[in-house]
Design a protein around this ligand. Structure first.
Ligand code: B12
Ligand code: SF4
Ligand code: SF4
Length: 336
């Protein structure tokens, strides 16, 4: 017997996911040719890892031999808007740069991993209950992913019909808009599939994200050039000079939300119920002052205890103290 979709749905809901879909692992993913073309044209910019194991990313059964089902969950992280917070800090002396909303709270990789681990255990327990499985649970395995380089996550979400891919290349959930993380499970245990039928895009004639992108990174509908995206140069490669001209004066200290801020589908945005993503709005803006004196971080290379404590478990840890400082400087730099 397969594990019922309804059971899965309730386990994902218990963990705070706003939606989930289940599909056979051999589902043919959309946009494979477009992905290959994206790479061929060098749209991955400095993200060399995107060239790794392309066949495995496009066919999850190559990555996970024996895989039968994939569950893809949608997690709403929307914490609110920048202007709602820290008006007190918007003064010339403490000129602040913005932090992308996904990074206001705790690192979603670890938060979601813990949630998926609970669901993983439930699946294994259910599969092992006598008389309630199809016999694959001997040696049954369940593996989780979230922002995994080896899974084509947005394509899975698109295939599921829970929403569609917008011209910004963001997955847009029909009830929650773009402010979502994707995360899921792949398993050799058979899970009942949800009804799924890919949605075509509902952007219509809108081009708001393309027009508003501060670096013209959305080079064509559905195509983001990672080498032009502020997110690449502030999160992944903050210490490299290549991105200086692009991020200079754009006001973003970490990531960028412009293509989401302008998206009309976000009129459906709803504040996340996950406190770990919403309870630290003070991080919405950063200033050199904040990174320095206030947090007790000394100049130079010596990493202090306070700094480690402050960044611990947050996305800001990725660029690190030096990266964040550099990002703030560049974000606030004059462009001419
Ligand atoms: C590499 C990467 C980046 C790179 C490149 C982004 C990009 N657009 O490719 C950089 C560093 C720039 C980046 C930035 C961001 N990222 Co990122 N990133 C990834 C990662 C690891 C891989 C993405 C990938 O495969 N890109 C290659 C392109 C070709 O694939 P794709 O982006 O999935 O593209 C879809 C469309 O382009 C479409 N497509 C292509 N051509 C055509 C043509 C037509 C006609 C159609 C309909 C569709 C279509 O096909 C794909 C899906 O089917 C994923 C995690 C994962 N494992 O998937 C997270 C992921 C995409 N990122 C995520 C987030 C949150 C962000 C940021 C919002 C962070 C921020 N605030 O700064 C920005 C958004 C920038 C943007 N507009 O995309 C989320 C997106 C969630 C969502 N709701 O969509 C993901 C899924 C991580 C997660 N697990 O939650 N990211
Ligand atoms: S995140 Fe910012 S820089 Fe990147 S595509 Fe969206 S608007 Fe452009
Ligand atoms: S801003 Fe407009 S074009 Fe861009 S993803 Fe949203 S609806 Fe589509």
């Amino acid at each position: 017997m397969k594990i019922k979709f309804r059971a899965l749905q309730s386990w994902f809901a218990e963990q705070g996911f706003v939606d989930v879909a289940v599909m056979p692992a051999e589902t043919e993913l959309p946009n494979q040719a477009e992905f290959r073309e994206w790479l061929r044209e060098g749209r991955h910019g400095p993200l060399d890892y995107m060239e790794n194991d392309i066949a495995g990313r496009l066919d999850i059964t190559k990555q996970y031999p024996g895989a039968r089902s994939v569950a893809i969950g949608v997690f709403n992280y929307f914490p609110g808007h920048h202007d709602a917070y820290r008006d007190d800090l918007k003064t010339p002396t403490q000129a602040c740069a913005k932090v992308s909303r996904y990074a206001w709270g705790k690192d979603y990789h670890s938060v979601l991993r813990k949630k998926l681990e609970k669901i993983r255990k439930k699946i294994l327990r259910e599969a092992e209950s006598p008389g309630e499985n199809d016999g694959v649970s001997n040696g049954g395995w369940v593996s989780s992913f979230s922002d995994a380089q080896w899974v084509f996550e947005r394509a899975w979400a698109q295939a599921s019909g829970m929403g569609f891919i917008g011209k910004s290349s963001m997955f847009i959930h029909r009830n929650y808009g773009t402010w979502t993380f994707l995360a899921g499970l792949v398993t050799n245990i058979e899970l009942e599939s949800s009804f799924f039928e890919p949605m075509t895009d509902f952007c219509g004639s809108c081009t708001a994200c393309i027009d508003a992108c501060p670096t013209q990174a959305i080079v064509a509908p559905f195509q983001v050039d990672a080498g032009r995206c502020i997110s690449t140069w502030t999160v992944e490669k903050p210490l490299e000079h290549e991105g200086d001209a692009l991020v200079k004066g754009k006001g973003w200290a970490h990531g960028c939300d412009v293509c989401q801020e302008v998206c009309p589908w976000n009129r459906f945005e709803q504040k996340s119920l996950e406190k770990r993503f919403t309870d630290a709005p003070s991080i919405a803006y950063l200033s050199p002052f904040e990174l320095g004196d206030m947090k007790g971080i000394a100049d130079g290379d010596k990493r202090t205890k306070d700094e480690r404590a402050w960044m611990q478990g947050r996305p800001l840890k990725r660029p690190g103290r030096d990266g964040v400082r550099r990002n703030i400087e560049r974000a606030k730099a004059k462009t001419s």
